[in-house]
Design a protein around this ligand. Sequence first.
Ligand SMILES: [Zn+2]
Length: 222
Amino acid sequence: MPNTTTTLRAVQNLRPRSRAGVAIAAGLCASVAVTGASLAAGDGGGESPKVFAPTAATQLADATGAQADAQRAAGEKAVDLEKSWVAPIEEDYALTATYGNSGDRWASSHSGQDFAVDVGTPVNAAHSGTVVKAGGNGAGDGPAYGNAIVIKHDDNTYTQYAHLSEVGVEVGEEVSTNDEIGLSGNSGNSSGPHLHFEIRTSADFGSAIDPVQFLGKQNVKL
Ligand SMILES: [Zn+2]
């Protein structure tokens, strides 16, 4: 059994610089206090546990502060996520046809960014908003898009998600950033499983802007 005074000093010397470390040290210190108490009870003498209590209390208070900080940070993270933009696919993907590219999938200039993923991969709302189009026939934009969704965002931009195997939302539904809205697929004019993703300035086909550039401005790196 180590000398408790030495152990306490060792703990104090370990007094950490990081918040996470504080919680660990507080835990250690609480153990020391218990050890002190049991020693005091066992030998009928030795160090009084009262010696340890103030330090333990201070460090536990620090730890409580750290916990409050962590909760505040988690809250801020949730708020940040709501305000922020994310990629429409969270799982691994390969970027294939890019915006403006007249690749093999489209006769004219490509209006979005393609994410090559297996059929059935969750597709998420890139930003919070309201679903304004959802369903087959490109949700009204034409059969080339297959099953599609269009979401209107508070900054008056729109996101479109196409070639889906499953549409999981309805027109009028409110979605939050990163909510799953459907599953990727190969519907419509698609030469292989992928998500076709557009940023639009209106709900309709023909108003697309470069989605990679747009997301880049929102600090989303694809
Ligand atoms: Zn595409």
